[in-house]
Write a protein that binds this ligand. Sequence first.
Ligand code: NAD
Ligand code: UGA
Length: 458
Amino acid sequence: MKFEKNILCIGAGYVGGPTMAMIAYKCPEYRVTVVDINPTRIAEWNSYELPIYEPRLDEIVRATRGKNLFFSTDIEGGIRDNDIIFVSVNTPTKTFGAGAGMAADLQYWEKTARQILQHSESSKVVIEKSTLPVKTALAMEKILNCTNSSISFDVLSNPEFLAEGSAMTDLENPDRILIGSRETQSGLKAREALVKIYANWVPREKIITSNIWSSELSKIVSNAFLAQRISSINAISALCEKTDADIAEVSKAVGMDSRIGSKFLNASIGFGGSCFTKDILNLVYLCQHYGLDEVAAYWTSVVRINQYQQERFIMNMLNTMFNTLADKKICLFGFAFKANTGDTRESPAIYIAKRLLEEKAEVIVTDPKALRNARTDMAGADGKVSFEEDPYRAAMGCHAIAVITEWDIYRNLDYQKIYDTMTKPASIYDGRNILDHKRCFDIGFNVYPMGKPPLTHF
Ligand code: NAD
Ligand code: UGA
C-alpha cells in the first residue's frame, strides 16, 4: 500500500509511543514508525503487554499496529525512509559536570541529531517533541547543517502537553497544539506540513504557531506554572493544619474565582512525575545562566515546598505515632506518582518509603499497576520492604496506612474489614484526601488528612 506520508519518531517512551499511536489512529493514510535504541522496549511495544499502562492505549495500538503503525529498532533505516522525523528521546536532569542536578542532559538529544545527519539521504523536517531548554533548536540546526551537502534540514518545536493517566484523551482533545518554527520560507513550509498532520483531527483554532524560541520556552513555563499551583496549595495546607481551616474548603472558595480556576488545587504529598522537578530546575538553571538570580530563586521555591511537603508528611507520622516508627508496619496505598499510570518516576512514594525505612519502620507497598517499577525503585534500599497487590492483605497487621496515590479503588475499600485486621491503635494518613475521613474515624481509625484537622480518639 502506498501511504500519503511517512512519519518517524525516534524514542518509544511515554511520549513517543502514545503520540504516534494517536497520529496513526487518526490518519490511516500515513505510515508511522517508532524506533528506539532499547530493543526490549520495542519488543514490548510489539507484544500484548505494552511497556506502559495508559487507559485506551491498548485499544488504539491494537487498531493500528501492523497496519500503519510500526515499532522497530532500525533507526538508520527509519531515518533514511522518512522525511518527517519527530524526536522524543529522554532529556533528564544532568547528573555530572557543569550544571549537575539542574541543567538538562542533552547527550541523547545530540546523539540523535548526529544520527539523523549521518543517515539522511534526502531533506528532512526534524521536530522537537522532547522538552528542551530554550535555544536547543539552534544547536540542532548547527549540527544538522554543518556539512556542505545539498540536503537541507528544517527544525520545528512541537512540545507535548499530555499528562500521564489521561494521555489518550489529552492527545485526542488537546487544549492546544503548539508549533514553533523559523520564519523563513522553508521554516514556514515545514510548519504548514506539521499543521496539516494535526488538522486531521484537531480544530484549526487550537493549532497555534509561534517563533521557535517561544515554543520551546512555553513548554517549560507551562509545567512550571502547573507545579507552582500545587506548591501554592500545599504551602497553604501546612497553614490550615495549624489554624483548623480545611484545605478542601479553602481550595473550593479560591478556585471558584474564575480568574484563578479550580483545577490543580488538590493538596497532596507533593507532585511527582518525570518532568515537573526536572523542567523547573532547568528553568532555574537558564535564569541563573542569564544572571536573573531573583527569578531563579522564585522558581526554586516551588521545588523546595514540594520537598518540604513530603518531609512534613513523614514528620507528622513520626510525631503522631509516639515519636518512633521503629518496627512499626506501615502500608503504602499506591506507589505510582499519580492515578491511572504505572509510572513511578520521581514519585513521592520513593522518598516516603525510604524515609520510613530510615526510621526503621517496615514498609508494605501495594499498587494496582506500579509494583514492577516500585520493586526496581526500592531495590537495594536498606530495610524491610515488601510488595503486595491486594490492599486488604497489604494492610493486615499494619499500624498505619499512608495513602500515596489517588487510585479510585482506595476510595471504596471495606475499611471496617481492614481495620479489624490491623494493629491498634490503627491510623490512616491520607496524603491525597480521597477517603471518607469521618467514616474511617467512626470505625476506629485515627485519621490524619492533608491540610485538615485530624480526627483522633486520643
Ligand atoms: P522515556 O524515557 O519514556 O522515553 C525516551 C525513549 O528514548 C527511551 O525509550 C530511550 O531508550 C529512547 N532513546 C534515548 N536515546 C535514543 C536514541 N539516540 N535513539 C533512539 N532512542 C533513544 O521518556 P518520555 O517520558 O517519553 O519523555 C520524552 C521527552 O518528552 C522528555 O523530554 C520529556 O520531558 C518530554 N515529555 C514527557 C511527558 C510525559 O508525560 N512523560 C509529557 C510531555 C513531555
Ligand atoms: C504534567 C503536565 O500536566 C503535562 O501537561 C505535561 O505534558 C507533563 O507533566 C510533562 O511534561 O511531563 P504529568 O506529570 O503526567 O503531566 O501529570 P500531572 O497530572 O500534571 O500530575 C503531576 C503531579 O502533580 C502528580 O504527582 C499529581 O498527583 C500531582 N498533582 C496534580 C497534585 O498533587 N495536585 C493537583 O491538584 C494536581
